[in-house]
Structure formats: C-alpha cells, structure tokens
Design a binder for this molecule. Sequence first.
Ligand code: ZN
Length: 144
Amino acid sequence: MDEPTPAARRPPLEGRYVPTPDGPNVDFYRHARSGRLHLQHCAACGRHQHPPRYRCPACGSADLSWEPVAGTGAVHSWTVTHRPVDLVWATVAPYATVVVALAEGPRLVGAWEGELDDLRLDLPVTVDVEPAGDEFAFLWFRPA
Ligand SMILES: [Zn+2]
C-alpha cells in the first residue's frame, strides 16, 4: 500500500498538545530545553537512567545528577500512527513514534523525523530537541 509522504514530519507547533511535566520529569525537560539531551547519572554505580527517578534502580543510591549525553543511539522499536486522536498530528499522518536505545544505555521514546521507509532496527539515529511551551520539549529522531 502506497502512503503519501508528508513534506515535513513536524505538525505545526501552534495547536499541538503540550504536556506539563511533573515529578522528576520536570528536570528532564528543563535540561532538554537547553537544546542538549541530559540523562540522570548515578555517582555510586556510574549508570545512566531513564525515565527519571528519585533513586537509582540498579543500586538504590539517591546520589543522582544530570549529565549531558551524546543524543545518539539506535532504533530499538517503532509504531506508525495512521489515525491520530489529535487533529494537529493528523496533518502529518502517517507518522512514527520510535523507541531509541541511547548510546549511554537507556531507551527513550520520541517522534520520527525521517522517512518511514528508512526505519530499520538498529538504525543509527540522532536527536533534535524542540522546546514547546514553558516546561516541555518534543524529542525528534532522524537518521545519524
Ligand atoms: Zn546506581
């Protein structure tokens, strides 16, 4: 089945639903809005983690800090949406949401900015951060 390929993968920011982060996600998005992806890093065991938590799931330490990371990784999984609930996203459907295994280890969910036909398992990708609203940022992945 041939699907139309949208010229641009990003729907207009105006009218797009923008979540309000809470808990440890507030800091994740505050750092991301700087334009560079940051992950929590555990000083006790050296592990990066995502999603953000109050303690390290590997060793239980609360000695966590935010560190800038490369923003690169590989496609772990994806899904393609053909009929979105949000009408703004319908302007770019079909579109893909990807799960990326970051170079530092954790997996992160984001929107796919490349062509749908390019999606492959383990495809090297890079992230682009798009600030939206006062507290949030959309994460866009594309081929590296
Ligand atoms: Zn730890």
